[in-house]
Write a protein that binds this ligand. Structure first.
Ligand code: PA5
Length: 407
């Protein structure tokens, strides 16, 4: 299924890795509710606004961008847009103006219910929905949060909003297979059963203790070996623009899980061939600090043939009749050869097809590899103490500022 090409020399240490199979357990009833609410959203709305930050929106966005058409994705399912990932007043102002022209549902996703960015955005959007839809806003706002705790749960209970749960043992960046990811993904018209099926297959494949047969272990060990050799950056690259947000999800997954106790590879991403004409120069000839992981999907659902021309003015007739995707695939091999020659080791992850099943498979693969990789570094893959530090400082400053403003 997933092919990994890398050179590993490191021996596995005597170390036990946390099990994450419970990150992929959506009950039949919950799946049914998610699918029926997604259907309702598609019947009654033109836009689903997802409010969340970090792990509470990146997984859904990664999958939606990877699997919906580049243009007019709303012809596939409802248009999914996002808020609560920044504190830009201009963004919120323009968002509400845009919503005015559309029928809207809102899914606010926050496990803690207290994260500043989504909490502020929800405060504004809740008021907007109440003004616009009155009592019907209660039907149009859906909350995804912890089962027991948090302000958002209290708000949902007080207002009578429908509610989905992020299980308390599943952290944000590992939550794409819970309702946090599944509701927006289903509303966007993607087959969530196929997506979960892919994750289930990956879970089974990567249970294998034998490193020879376990690509998640191999990838984790390759990263560890690179780190030990002094590489400090892993560059994730792919050749399909719709994977940009999958890169962002990967970056958060590895960055937040490993970057602690002054350890960890810095996860960085590039999109080819766009970035070959930007940062490509640095990759080829700049500081030798990085290795590169290339993701390639062998089959992408649409393609285009390069036409022959009578005069061959641009000299490209030698590519006439070739498919654009096959040229893209060869450019990947050219990039790998050039970068290796330039001193950037290349790891390749090859997937058969870009569809819901294989994206689910790949995301579970990365989650599993991330937990193994963090464990090799002897850091906790599931906490994020550094993020908490910034939140505390910001709230301190905001409170000081509020006192000054009120004086
Ligand atoms: O992975 C994580 O745990 C974080 O990125 C969180 O998802 C992010 O900080 C948002 O937290 P919450 O869902 O509590 O609003």
């Amino acid at each position: 299924m997933l092919k990994l090409q890398s050179h590993i020399h490191t021996q596995i240490k005597d170390i036990s890795f946390p099990n994450i199979s419970h990150y992929n357990q959506c009950s039949f009833e919950e799946l049914f509710d998610i699918e029926s609410i997604a259907k309702e959203i598609n019947q009654r709305a033109e836009v689903l606004l997802v409010i969340g930050v970090g792990g509470s929106f990146l997984g859904a966005r990664a999958v939606i961008d990877a699997l919906t058409p580049y243009f007019a994705p709303d012809e596939f399912g409802v248009e999914v847009i996002y808020a609560g990932q920044n504190m830009s007043g201009a963004y919120l102002h323009q968002l509400l103006k845009y919503l005015d022209k559309k029928e809207v549902y809102v899914n606010v996703v926050s496990k803690s219910g207290t994260t500043m960015e989504p909490a502020l955005a929800f405060r504004v959007v809740k008021q907007y929905m109440e003004k616009r839809y009155g009592d019907e806003s209660k039907q149009r706002i859906i909350v995804t949060t912890d089962a027991e705790r948090g302000v958002l749960k209290q708000i949902a209970d007080n207002e009578g909003y429908r509610r989905f749960v992020i299980p308390s043992e599943v952290g944000g960046r590992y939550s794409v297979f819970t309702a946090a990811g599944l509701l927006p993904i289903a509303a966007a018209g993607i087959d969530i059963q196929a997506f979960l099926n892919g994750a289930n297959h990956a879970e089974k494949d990567f249970e294998n203790d034998n490193i020879e047969h376990n690509a998640a272990y191999q990838y984790a060990l390759t990263r560890y070996e690179m780190y030990k050799k002094g590489y400090s950056v892993e560059l994730l690259a792919s050749f399909e623009p719709r994977l940009n947000k999958l890169h962002e999800w990967w970056k958060q997954l590895f960055g937040e899980s490993e970057g602690k106790e002054y350890k960890g590879l810095y996860p960085s991403t590039v999109n080819y061939s766009t970035d070959l004409h930007a940062i490509g120069q640095f990759i080829q000839e700049g500081s030798r600090i990085m290795f590169e992981t290339l993701i390639h999907f062998e089959e992408v659902e649409a393609d285009m043939e390069i036409p022959f021309t009578f005069d061959d003015m641009d000299g490209l007739n030698y590519l006439g009749g070739r498919s654009m995707n096959s040229i893209n695939a060869i450019s990947k091999d050219g990039v790998a050869l050039a970068h290796e020659e330039g001193g950037v080791p290349v790891v390749k992850i090859v997937m058969p097809k870009l569809d819901a099943f294989h994206v689910g498979y790949l995301m579970f693969f990365f989650m599993k590899a991330c937990v193994i990789s963090a464990s090799l570094l002897e850091v906790n893959p599931f906490d994020q103490p550094g993020v908490e530090a910034y939140k505390r400082k910001m709230v301190e400053l905001l409170k000081k500022d509020a006192v000054l403003v009120n004086e």
